[in-house]
Write a protein that binds this ligand. Structure first.
Ligand SMILES: [Zn+2]
Length: 373
């Protein structure tokens, strides 16, 4: 609708959005640019308030053009739950949880998938491919089934059985890779070229869909700080980008500080943040209970680092033990059953309490449902 170009984060080269493109020629990640003036003429809060509270409420800020390519399973519109008991225990008056486990396939991935599938259909894709630690594969399998196209999923060794069954049930073809996510991602990229399958994953359009996490947070509350788990960095990038876009449209006055938490064993973005590096280093041996964010070579790591620095947030790591405690506390105190990778955000908050003020509005993004563990 209002998509103008794809711009490289490394070398600023711009590409027309008319053809599929996943990375810049230089290898850099691409960011979707819009005609914000035209969007501004189309939407304000009054317009949006007449629409349903769901992902497509913000459709002018997504790149899918034709209505017939909009595939939806009712993603987004997830609850923002006030965490009173946890807040009391931690001495915080305004602690909230954005529970993304309430999405159709049980994780935030459905937001990105809705946009990616739409773009795949626009480009005429008949078969798609993705590498996944499980959640994305499950999400893409469901949306591919709905869209009537075939999904090929490359998965690493350690994928929970439930996610595997989800993919199978939706009719996806599963290719098991002997190795970790980074290896699966490389193999998927190669197979995409060899077979002319449309490549999905943490590429430009997925981040666009994940912006709706940010849209929804500021739609509901004036947040001071947003805490997210960081794997490939796409959710951090998307959430921040969404909020910045609304700021640019004059719809938001305050941009929250973005805080990224990773598992100790996969400290890519956190390491770059703490050591003041301009590039995000690869993690070597990745071994953590937070499998969903075990991305040794994060595709959108640089974007995530930028979001954290520009918003004056911070990044940190937590141990597997702290992650598990975080999951238990969410379940026991707030009735929220989250998957392991989500224990990171509560653990990151607990370890850094001195950085938070009692009255601040803090949002923890809990990205996936515990039933998927
Ligand atoms: Zn470039």
């Amino acid at each position: 609708m209002f998509e103008e170009s794809l711009k490289c984060v490394e070398c600023d080269k711009e590409y027309s959005p008319d053809k599929p493109r996943f990375r810049c020629e230089c290898g850099g990640a691409l960011d979707v640019k819009y005609d914000y003036k035209a969007v501004q003429d189309r939407i304000d809060w009054e317009t949006l308030d007449k629409r349903n509270f769901d992902h497509n409420r913000y459709r002018e800020l997504f790149p899918v053009v034709e209505k017939e390519h909009l595939i939806t399973l009712g993603e987004g519109g997830t609850p923002l739950i006030r965490a009173e008991k946890l807040g009391e225990e931690l001495g915080l008056n305004n602690l909230y949880i954005k529970f993304e486990g309430m999405n159709p396939t049980g994780s935030f991935k459905d937001r990105g998938t809705a946009v990616e599938i739409g773009k795949a259909l626009e480009f005429g894709a008949e078969e798609i491919i993705v590498a996944s630690t499980g959640n994305m594969g499950a999400s893409i399998s469901a949306y591919a089934a709905k869209a009537g196209i075939k999904a090929n999923i490359f998965i690493p060794n350690q994928v929970p059985d439930i996610k595997f069954r989800q993919m199978k049930k939706h009719g996806a073809e599963i290719h098991q890779v002997d190795g970790d996510y980074a290896k699966a991602a490389k193999k998927a990229k190669k197979a995409s070229k060899n077979n002319d399958w449309y490549l999905m994953g943490d590429y430009p359009y997925r981040g666009e869909g994940e912006k709706s996490v940010g849209f929804e947070i500021v739609d509901e509350i004036e947040a001071d700080k947003v805490i997210l788990p960081v794997g490939n960095g796409t959710l951090m990038h998307g959430t921040y980008k969404g909020i910045k876009e609304l700021e640019r449209l004059g719809m938001v006055n305050r941009v929250p500080e973005m805080i990224g938490i990773q598992a100790e064993d996969c400290n890519t973005v956190a390491k770059a943040y703490k050591e003041g590096l301009s590039e995000v280093p690869e993690a070597e041996e990745v071994d953590t209970v937070a499998g969903a964010i075990a991305c040794a070579d994060p595709l959108d790591g640089k974007f995530a680092l930028e979001a954290i620095r520009e918003s004056e947030g911070f990044a940190d790591t937590v141990s597997d033990k702290e992650i598990k405690e975080g999951v238990d506390m969410l379940a026991e105190k707030e009735g929220i059953y989250a998957e392991e990778s989500c224990g990171t955000v509560l653990a990151g908050l607990r370890n850094n309490l001195e950085k938070f003020d009692k009255g601040e509005v803090i949002v923890l993004v809990v990205t996936g449902h515990g039933l998927k563990t």
